[in-house]
Design a protein around this ligand. Structure first.
Ligand SMILES: *Cc1c(COP(=O)(O)O)cnc(C)c1O
Length: 360
């Protein structure tokens, strides 16, 4: 068996030890005589799996006690509607920072429910930068400020956490959660679809400060109401049981890697190596401003786009797959989440150097 180095933006690689553990427990979880997939979510075995996952996530992220952790479905995309439906309260507007494709989708959805004030917009430079704090035009009367700390498609990442005073900060962390330590207390709410850096698709994690619960609008569907999920420990209905279990295995794995501090060191090294290879000459290029370069999603172009096909072909022959860039950006994109081993980045860098030499 050979596992490829899969640079997919999502669903993405999972750590091999996690998959091996799942395989070992597949038919008979812990002497229960059944697979986790076959368990009642209300049974004591599954309840212990679910509780353990939450406990480990709280530990890994150092989530303060006044935050609820919800294990939901519907992807980050469902959150685009759930956020205004739950957080507007008696306010009629919210601030949104527009830094790329995912911000835009969040904004389009929010506009169905409230007045959206665009606090900053980097479309002018093709979404290749992040606005500075001074550039944010924040409305002190806004219900919340929404932003996308890491734009998965553009490969643009904030190098700071926006300061929003008393207005709760809401972050779509789908592609950057768990990549490094984070001060959760700076946020009103953090959310992430699982399939990038948490586990398999089908699960969405929401970390929300207590005082933001219970303000859902009258038209908010029950299934979209955070307070309902919080009161029911995310078991108001059947949760994505197997994805939740797998996420729990990933959290255990993270603890073995030295937690988020350990991950941050590895992730920084991986990103530095890849950007160094891109910057090494004129053969490759990155469209993203240096201070805004993502640690997780690294888009790059070949100066001669005619060579794209040969590059992808050569990479694939070396087991380096899913490197084609998003259709809106072109070129290549290497997503290097926690589960991408450093050897995968080393192999990509070695191939990039070899390819550049043979075509220069
Ligand atoms: C992938 C992604 C989404 C969409 O996630 P779904 O789970 O497919 O709804 C939203 N925001 C960001 C930043 C993403 O990377």
């Amino acid at each position: 068996m050979t596992r490829k180095f899969n640079f997919s933006a999502g669903p993405a690689m999972l750590p091999t030890p996690v998959i091996e553990r799942a395989l070992a427990e597949m038919l008979d979880w812990n002497g229960s005589g059944m697979s986790v997939m076959e368990m009642s979510h209300r049974g004591k075995e599954y309840m212990s799996i679910a509780a353990r996952a939450e406990k480990d996530l709280r530990e890994v992220m150092a989530i303060p006690d006044n935050y609820k952790v919800l294990f939901l479905q519907g992807g980050a995309s469902a959150q685009f509607a759930m956020i205004p439906l739950n957080l507007l309260g008696d306010k009629g507007s919210a601030d949104y920072i527009n830094t790329g494709m995912w911000s835009k989708k969040a904004i389009a959805e929010a506009k169905r429910y409230c007045t959206v004030n665009i606090a900053a917009d980097t479309s002018g430079d093709g979404f290749t930068s992040v606005p500075t704090q001074a550039e944010l035009k924040l409305n002190p009367a806004a219900a919340y400020v929404h932003y996308t700390p890491n734009e998965t498609i553009g490969g643009v990442e904030f190098d700071y956490i926006p300061e929003t005073g008393d207005v709760p900060l809401v972050a779509d962390m789908s592609s950057t959660i768990l990549s490094r330590p984070l001060d959760v207390s700076k946020f009103g709410m953090i959310y992430a679809g699982a399939q990038k850096n948490i586990g398999p698709a089908g699960l969405t994690i929401v970390i929300i400060r207590d005082d933001l619960l219970g303000k859902a609008s009258a038209i908010c569907p029950t299934m979209f109401n955070y307070a309902v999920h919080a009161e029911n420990d995310s078991m108001y209905n059947t949760p994505a049981t197997y994805s939740w279990y797998m996420a729990g295995l990933v959290f255990e794995w993270l603890k073995e890697q030295g937690g988020l501090q350990g991950m941050a060191e590895i992730n920084k090294r991986k990103a530095d190596k890849l950007y160094a290879a891109i910057d090494a000459g004129d053969f490759y290029g990155s469209p993203v401003a240096r201070n805004a370069r993502s640690w997780m999603n690294v888009p790059f172009t070949l100066a001669d786009a005619e060579l794209d096909v040969a590059f992808l072909q050569g990479a694939s022959e070396r087991g380096l797959v899913t490197l084609k860039g998003h259709r809106s950006v072109g070129g290549m994109r290497a997503s290097i989440y926690n589960a991408m081993p450093e050897e995968g980045v080393d192999a990509l860098v070695a191939f990039m150097q070899e390819f550049a030499q043979s075509y220069s």
